[in-house]
Design a protein around this ligand. Structure first.
Ligand code: NDP
Ligand code: X2W
Length: 342
């Protein structure tokens, strides 16, 4: 029998992408759909591409509306999930696509999110060492941030194989849907089109502690991260260019071997053949991740580059993949690795 899933935040970008995936998921029946300012609207007024659901009406995000489901997805702004989650029973699988339960360190949360830490849930990045075991049978899942997904997948093999020094430098470009649907002046078409600009420079971006958490766990020592995000004139996609100094004795062959080993059995991560480079268009609308790695011997640096779709593997696809593991479905169910390029 199919599981019944509610989606809170169905009017937003992450909620919309999740519904696109759930509509094709053979084990899921879509239950309540909720919004906030758009409660009472037809979904079709906000998500006209979700044709089978366009006549559904968005309800208020309340515990009563979300009750009676097997799975509840929370695609709400940061800080809004915890209060909703605590009203849901322990037998319901709650999948939080916001940041509320990602960080283990309460001090990091308070510094970067300026509010009280709600707690820590099993982390929804199955490809990390021990990632699947943490999700199997779990009733709570914290889906990673989009940039930490791209960066952690690019760099963890170098740290897990003790090839990289514990300092990483990351520059990543994101499409504008990463910033959500709520209107913001810097996201006006005339500001974004034909231009690229960095933001959150100098260690201020809230995804920095999440990257440090993941890479440090892989390395077994604290990894420092210098992260510079950049807004790119495209609706979807993240290209993360990550580098770290190589430890003594590292060669191009040892780097390649570590990455081949890390991703050999991964259904969604594609380590590209040597000489080919990740492209956001190749993963558009799919749960796939493209990764490539090179060893710059002159600079003694490992360069790892990844491409994801921020809305798919970067949030909704990652959420479905983790749900599949938690509920014992085949991990690929309802998820595609086929992009829509160009
Ligand atoms: N966009 C992305 O690429 C990614 C997003 N995420 C995470 O997913 C979550 C949603 O992001 P995104 O979809 O981009 O954001 P949007 O702004 O597009 O959507 C936000 C959703 O939350 C609802 N909402 C707003 N305020 C409240 C509130 N106070 N209480 C309950 N619901 C509320 C909105 O309802 P309404 O429209 O009716 O007001 C809308 O459905 C965020 O936590 C984000 O960090 C994670 C990874 C990637
Ligand atoms: C382009 C853009 O603004 N991106 C967002 C990241 C969005 C994301 O996926 O992260 P969360 O899940 O933590 O919201 C940002 O830089 O804050």
């Amino acid at each position: 029998m199919a599981v019944r899933a509610a989606v809170a935040g169905a009017s937003g970008y992450a909620g919309g992408e999740l519904l696109r995936l759930l509509l094709a998921h053979p084990e899921v029946e879509i239950g309540a759909l909720t919004g906030n300012s758009n409660a009472g609207q037809r979904l079709g007024a906000l998500q006209p591409h979700l044709l089978p659901l366009t006549d559904r009406v968005l309800q208020e995000t309340t515990p009563e509306v979300l009750a009676g489901h097997d799975v509840v997805f929370l695609a709400l702004p940061h800080g809004q999930s915890a209060a909703v989650a605590e009203q849901l029973g322990p037998d319901v699988l709650v999948v939080d696509m916001g940041a509320d339960f990602r960080l283990k360190d309460a001090g990091d949360w308070e510094r970067f999110y300026d509010s009280t830490h709600a707690g820590t849930w099993p982390y929804g990045l199955p490809e990390l060492p021990g990632g699947r075991a943490a999700l199997e049978g779990s009733k709570r899942i914290a889906v990673p941030g989009c940039y930490p997904t791209a960066v952690s997948l690019a760099l963890f093999p170098a740290y897990a194989a003790a090839l990289a020094e514990p300092e990483a430098v990351i520059v990543a470009a994101s499409g504008t849907s990463g910033a959500g649907k709520a209107p913001k002046p810097h996201l006006l078409g005339s500001e974004v089109m034909g231009s690229m600009t960095p933001y959150g420079v100098g260690g201020g971006h809230r995804h920095t502690p999440e990257m440090i958490q993941n890479l440090s766990a892989a390395a077994g020592e604290r990894v420092s991260v210098s992260f510079t995000p950049t807004l790119a004139p495209m609706p979807r996609g993240i290209l993360a260019t990550c580098s770290a100094s190589a430890k003594p004795g590292v060669t191009a062959e040892s780097v390649r071997t570590a990455y081949e080993k890390a991703f050999a059995d991964e259904p969604f991560v594609h380590l590209l053949p040597e000489g080919r480079w990740p492209a956001t268009a190749s993963v558009h609308g799919s749960n796939a991740v493209q990764v490539q790695v090179a060893f710059d011997a002159a600079a003694n640096r490992i360069i790892a580059i990844s491409a994801i779709d921020n809305l798919t593997k970067g949030t909704a696809g990652g959420a479905v993949q983790s749900m599949n593991i938690a509920l014992g479905f085949h991990e690929n169910t309802g998820l595609s690795t086929i992009g829509v390029a160009p």
